[in-house]
Every structure is written in structure tokens, then in C-alpha cells.
Design a protein around this ligand. Structure first.
Ligand code: C5P
Length: 230
């Protein structure tokens, strides 16, 4: 049974600065997105990738840029919010696929273990998300910068990608969310909104979402370790 991946890389990445969105910025000489796509291809378990990019980068992403892997079968244009972009990618996935794995283009440090464990858990539970337990103290802060509440961190997890879903379940979740104009910041939220279980798979502190310039610096060492040949 097949696994398809949707890689949302359709954001403008404005917090990062620079002439191109962050997913196309260089990390040790290659675009951030190159590492993300390479790790997905190297897993050997994914049969197609649908890559979602901003409209401005569409032409360049369709061309054979910097070793885009062969399993990138389709490139589509993103939407206003992340969820819209994932949906634009999802509708292009082969309808006979068993599992859809969603992974942020700007998380180049995902591991093979995360990919295989999330697929395995999705087969068993229907939906699986990668996450790590919260270790910092968590506070709610009001608009004037004063602490209004300390939140008990017991049982709190920080959610990452990859996230994997049985195809029909994710389809149902998108249909419900779209008909109600319901938005979540990850696809796991859409499954919860359906009232269905979502299994946690262990993520890693290294699986950074590159958002700010300091994230790029932090990733450089990890990337050279993970890709010694590049
Ligand atoms: O917005 P956020 O930082 O959570 O982005 C996570 C991923 O979603 C990034 O890879 C980004 O390019 C992508 N994204 C997208 N379409 C948007 C917004 C974000 O594909 N409209």
C-alpha cells in the first residue's frame, strides 16, 4: 500500500527577512527545502511527493532546481493559510494512496524514525502526529506583558511534523473543516475536530521549524552531521 507526502512550502516566510521565502534560503549551500525533500525520498517508503509553493516561486520550483528529487510528482500553488496550502496539495494526491504524510518544508531535520513511526501509527490509529513533551514552564501573558496565568505543563506536548493520516480520514477531516470554515494550525487539529483519535509519535528538539535567522544558524551544525556528503 502506498504513502504519499504533501510538503507545504507555500508560506512567504516574512519573519526571516531575505530576498526569497525561507524555504528557498540557503543552508550549507543548498535550499532548506532540498534537505527536507531528500530525507523524504531517501526513506524509500514514499511513492510521491506533492510540493506546495508560493505563486511567485512556482515556475522555478517546477523547473529542475538544485536536484529536486524525482518523487516530486506535482508542484502546486499554496493558499492563504497553511491549511489551505496543505489542502491544495492533498487534492493532487493519488486517490488510491493508503497514507498521506504531511511535512513542513521548513523542517529539514526530520528523521527516518519519525517518518516510519508516524506511518506505522497512522496505519494503526488512523492519525499520528510528531510531538515532544513541554519541558519549560508555560505562562499566559496579557497584551501589556504581564503574566496572567501559569499553565500546568503536565501532559502538554509541542507539536511538529511529520503527521500521517489514512487517506479517507484526512479527506473527511478536510471536508468537515472546509464546510465549517474551521481552521487549525496543523492537520491533527482537523482530526480532533472530527472527534477521532490522534496518536503521538516522539519528535525531537532537532526537528526545528526554521522560522527566524537564529534557527538557520542552529540548523547548520545539525545539517552537516545529518548530511556529511553535502
Ligand atoms: O506558517 P508556518 O511557519 O507554520 O509554516 C509551516 C510550513 O507551512 C512552512 O513550510 C510554510 O512554507 C508552509 N506554509 C504554506 N502556506 C502558507 C503558510 C505556510 O505552505 N500559507
Amino acid at each position: 500500500m502506498s504513502v504519499s507526502a504533501v510538503v507545504p512550502a507555500g508560506g512567504s516566510g516574512t519573519r526571516m527577512g531575505g530576498p526569497v521565502p525561507k524555504q528557498f534560503q540557503s543552508l550549507n549551500g543548498k535550499p532548506i527545502l532540498f534537505y527536507t525533500l531528500k530525507t523524504l525520498q531517501d526513506s524509500g517508503v514514499i511513492s510521491e511527493i506533492v510540493l506546495v509553493v508560493p505563486e511567485k516561486e512556482y515556475k522555478a520550483a517546477c523547473a529542475d532546481w538544485l536536484g529536486k528529487p524525482e518523487i516530486v510528482k506535482k508542484v502546486v500553488i499554496g493558499g492563504e493559510k497553511r491549511q489551505d496550502s496543505v489542502f491544495n496539495g492533498f487534492v493532487e494526491v493519488s486517490q488510491d494512496t493508503e497514507i498521506v504524510l504531511v511535512h513542513d518544508g521548513v523542517r529539514p531535520l526530520l528523521s527516518q524514525k519519525m517518518i516510519s513511526e508516524s506511518i506505522h501509527a497512522a496505519r494503526e490509529y488512523g492519525a499520528a502526529i510528531t510531538a515532544i513533551p513541554v519541558s519549560d514552564t508555560i505562562k499566559r501573558v496579557d497584551s501589556s506583558g504581564l503574566v496572567s496565568e501559569t499553565i500546568d505543563r503536565e501532559g502538554l506536548w509541542r507539536v511538529q511534523t511529520p503527521q500521517a493520516f489514512r487517506y479517507p480520514l484526512l479527506k473527511e477531516a478536510f471536508e468537515k473543516a472546509n464546510s465549517e470554515n474551521f481552521y487549525g494550525t496543523d492537520e491533527g487539529t482537523l482530526i480532533e475536530h472530527l472527534g477521532k483519535p490522534v496518536k503521538i509519535v516522539e519528535g525531537s528538539e532537532q526537528n526545528i521549524k526554521i522560522t527566524r535567522p537564529e534557527d538557520l544558524e542552529l540548523s547548520e551544525t545539525f545539517i552537516s552531521r545529518a548530511f556529511p556528503e553535502i
